[in-house]
Design a protein around this ligand. Structure first.
Ligand code: DAH
Length: 347
């Protein structure tokens, strides 16, 4: 029996050493120490021993049980530690591996220029306002002194919504002049950027949708000098102190007198030619038209309930894409709308 106990001890310690999962350990514990286990089976035979032998064997059996229990505890701790080690190794973060990089976009170049222009006008005391793109013909044309039958009202130029031509996609931001004068008394000093729509084919300088920035100042003794001062200040801030520009007389139904402002072509520097070819940016003109402007027509003031004997005002409407093309030296308007990231990333 002594030998049997010794065999159990040796086998048990070897088996326990080989067990490497909690489940295998548990299985061994039952097999060795359980009610139907090997050790219990031996102890059941103790009754057959002589009274002298019994305590001796009992002592040996207890020692074997203690050894097995100690080994079980030792393996349990070791297996737990190994499992933890493996888990840590598999979940470890290697902070030296290069991360995934995301490309962060930025403001569209045209909006960058719009922001610059807005900042400059806000600095001059203008309030930025917004208005509807779907507009009434009375605001877009009639109250701006544009008579029935004027070519700009033509169905071939304007997107109308209904048969009586009373509702349209605004063709200019000038209706914002009416809206501004309608809701407040002078002094008025507003800037109204926004989208406008015309039935134009797209080419290097045209698009059926483009952006304008309307300005309107109405108050006491507002003169053409104030208009020129505001616009020259804008152009010098945007294009530099030595920017070359000119005012030309023009006609608009809603201003009197009226003018247009051009700036020297940034591509051909006013010569109208590039490498012996007609400059494609200004079509050989040497100048790029940026805006229309003038003194608000007395009829328009009256149409908005403002007494032209008491107040005067100036207005202007500039093409934002044109301004951006000059500012960022972009040669083709379509690039602004294509949204090709190879183009956009340059700004
Ligand atoms: N609305 C005109 C256009 O689209 C531009 C313009 C001219 C606006 C004269 C004005 C102005 O405010 O006074 O061609």
């Amino acid at each position: 029996m002594k030998q049997q106990l010794e065999n159990i001890r040796l086998q048990a310690l070897a088996d326990l050493d080989a067990a490497d999962t909690p489940a295998a350990l548990e299985e061994l514990r039952v097999k060795l120490l359980g009610k139907k286990g090997d050790l219990t089976a031996i102890l059941k035979q103790m009754g057959k021993l002589s009274p002298e032998e019994r305590p001796v064997m009992g002592q040996i059996a207890n020692a074997v049980r203690a050894d097995i229990e100690a080994k079980l505890e030792e393996r349990k701790t070791a297996i737990h530690a190994a499992a933890l080690e493996a888990k840590l190794a598999s979940e470890a973060l290697d902070v030296t591996i290069a991360g995934e990089s995301y490309t962060i976009g930025h403001q569209h170049p045209m909006n960058q220029v719009l922001q610059e222009i807005k900042d400059i006008f806000v600095g001059m005391g203008y309030k930025i306002v917004d208005g509807p793109e779907i507009e009434l013909a009375s605001y877009n044309f009639t109250r701006l002194n544009i008579e029935e039958g004027h070519p700009s009202r033509d169905r071939s130029d304007t997107f109308y919504f209904n048969d009586d031509d009373s509702v349209l996609l605004r063709t200019q931001t000038s209706p914002m002049q009416i809206r501004a004068m309608e809701i407040s008394d002078p002094p008025i000093c507003i800037l109204a950027p926004g989208r406008v729509f015309r039935k134009d084919e797209a080419d290097a300088t045209h698009s059926p949708m483009f952006h304008q920035i309307e300005g309107l100042v109405v108050g006491d003794n507002i003169t053409m000098g104030d208009l020129k001062g505001a616009l020259v200040n804008l152009m010098k801030r945007i294009y530099g102190q030595d920017a070359i520009m000119r005012f030309r007389p023009h006609h608009f139904p809603f201003t009197e007198p009226s003018c247009e402002m051009d700036m020297q072509c940034h591509k051909c520097h006013g010569t109208g030619e590039v490498d012996g070819q007609v400059c494609s940016t200004c079509h050989g003109e040497g100048w790029i038209e940026l805006l229309g402007a003038g003194m608000v027509h007395p009829v328009v003031l009256k149409n908005c309930g403002i007494d032209p004997e008491k107040y005067s005002g100036f207005a202007f409407g500039m093409g934002l894409e044109r301004m951006a093309m000059g500012r960022l030296r972009i040669n083709d308007l379509r690039l602004i709308f294509d949204n090709d990231v190879r183009f956009l990333n340059q700004f």
